[in-house]
Design a binder for this molecule. Structure first.
Ligand code: ADP
Length: 489
């Protein structure tokens, strides 16, 4: 209940919070200083009161020495001491010989304390008068030759000192209040000035809508922290802009890619509708229609796979996969596919790396790389596939001796629908999503993929994956990457 009230009372704006905490800290600090000063001042004042009282007592004893040494001390002092002087004279054993009218009436306990201070010669004590007001009583001994010593006691009220201290404390409090009022204005002003760039940033960011996404914030606000924030926001805007562009490009490319088989299908259907063809022509058209349908469904399946991979939802089940076995199976399939072009697929297995992951998707990675290798290889060439365990990690390398990739295309080949030579690539039947899917699957397996290529000589795609033991020891560890080179012949 009370915490809910506190939460409601807690200021919500950063400016108010800064001011609030600043004032709270300042109040605490000033309060501590005030207590320290008042206590110090009280000690000084009480010491001063005592010193003054003792000086007065010694002066009294010195001035009245003759009277104090006479036998009838009471009569002698009655003549000499002013009535209002707060003086009391006793025999050292305690009985009172003289008490001026100015000496305050003490309560019973204080009387006893004063008598015992006289007996013990305690120089200073605090007692209370009958009204309870505190008094300091100073005691001095007056030795008398041949007779019992006398004890003179002088009283002084503590009230004036207390009054002065109260005034002093009040003055301090008022000063603190004035300082706090000034400080609250000052801190509110400073907080407003310090946070003005933040307001400006908020205003600018609100203005930067999707349509103005290319605009950036000014990073010279005069404050390192705010400049850091602006730089981070600008970097974030860069990333958002990049994502927006690629999302738009992806949507445009995807609709274009879907359009092509649909247009071909529509053409085939229109031809069928003319109803003047031979049965053989209809069969050809139906075969074309089937091919385009397959192409369309492959494209849609790839798009779905890519979307799932993008959302990290691809690897529902992970198991330990024997990578060498998986690659060997894929190479057998690839050999069958490559037969037509008389391309030979050679497999080298060095070690048996075990990889945590999805066998289905890892198979997709290897098959995609092999399909591309076959696709972009000339007839009667060689594709070399190597499985190894360098530095405890799993590696698959696919090297072909095909057309290779131009250096300017290399950074883009993992982008969806990117084709270094569109006409050529479409002729080969690829959807343009193969490498994008490969990269996403490898990323989801915490692996990396690298490509090196020499145009006209061939390409090498190398996939590094954390092996089962390495992944168990360090889930985020990335394999060490060595730049692969296509085999020389
Ligand atoms: P596609 O379905 O068009 O092959 P990919 O994403 O698999 O799409 O590949 C993207 C582009 O990278 C291809 O269009 C091709 O230009 C290039 N590429 C991929 N693999 C190879 C390779 N082994 N040799 C030469 N070029 C390749």
């Amino acid at each position: 209940m009370s915490s809910a009230i506190l939460a409601r009372l807690r200021p919500r704006s950063l400016r108010a919070r800064l001011t609030f905490w600043y004032l709270l800290t300042l109040t605490g600090a000033l309060g501590a200083v005030a207590v320290f000063v008042v206590v110090g001042q009280a000690r000084i004042s009480y010491r001063e009161l005592d010193r003054e009282l003792q000086v007065r007592l010694l002066g009294f004893v010195a001035d009245r020495r003759t009277a104090l040494l006479t036998l009838d001390v009471a009569s002698a002092l009655a003549n000499e001491v002013a009535a209002e002087a707060p003086v009391l004279v006793r025999q050292a054993s305690g009985p009172v010989l003289f008490r001026s009218r100015g000496f305050p009436s003490l309560d019973w306990a204080s009387e006893r304390a004063a008598a015992s201070a006289a007996r013990d010669r305690t120089p200073l004590i605090t007692v209370a008068d009958v009204s309870g007001a505190p008094l300091r009583v100073a005691t001095a001994e007056v030795p008398r030759p041949g007779a019992e010593s006398l004890v003179v006691q002088l009283a002084a009220s503590v009230a004036p000192v207390r009054r002065d201290l109260a005034r002093f404390g009040l003055g301090m409090m008022l000063s603190i209040v004035v300082v706090l009022v000034l400080a609250s204005y000052g801190s509110a002003f400073t907080a407003r000035r310090a946070l003005a760039p933040v307001d400006e940033i908020v205003r600018r960011v609100q203005l930067i809508q999707a349509t103005h996404i290319n605009e950036r914030l000014e990073a010279r606000t005069g404050s390192d922290e705010i400049d850091g924030l602006v730089t981070t926001l600008n970097e974030m805007l860069d990333r958002i802009e990049g994502s927006l562009h690629s999302a738009r490009r992806f949507a445009a490319d995807a609709s274009h890619e879907l359009q092509t088989p649909l247009a071909a299908m529509r053409g085939a259907v229109e031809l069928c509708l003319r109803a003047d063809g031979t049965a053989a022509e209809y069969r050809t058209l139906a075969a074309d229609l089937l091919a385009e349908t397959e192409r369309l469904s492959t494209l849609i399946r790839d798009l779905r796979l890519l979307a799932l991979a993008d959302r990290g939802q691809m690897l529902e089940t992970a198991e330990v996969v024997d990578l060498a076995g998986l690659v060997s199976e894929c190479c057998e399939i690839a050999s069958a596919m490559a037969e037509e072009k008389q391309v030979v697929v050679e497999t080298f297995v060095r070690g048996r790396p075990m990889v945590p992951g999805s066998p289905l998707h890892l198979r997709r990675v290897v098959l995609n790389l092999l399909q591309n290798a076959i696709r972009y290889s000339p007839a009667a060439s060689r594709i070399v596939v190597t499985v190894a365990r360098p530095h405890g990690h799993a590696m698959v390398m696919v090297v072909d001796h095909g057309c290779g990739i131009e250096p300017q295309d290399l950074p883009h080949i993992f982008e969806p629908f990117y084709r270094s030579d569109p006409a050529r690539a479409r002729d080969t039947g690829g959807s343009g999503l193969g490498l994008a899917i490969v990269e996403q699957i490898v990323r989801l397996h915490r692996g990396t993929i690298k490509v090196t290529s020499v145009p006209g000589r061939g390409s090498a795609f190398v996939v590094y994956l954390p092996s089962a033991t390495a992944a168990a020891g360090s889930p985020s560890s990335q394999p060490h990457l060595a730049a692969p080179t296509p085999s020389p012949d």
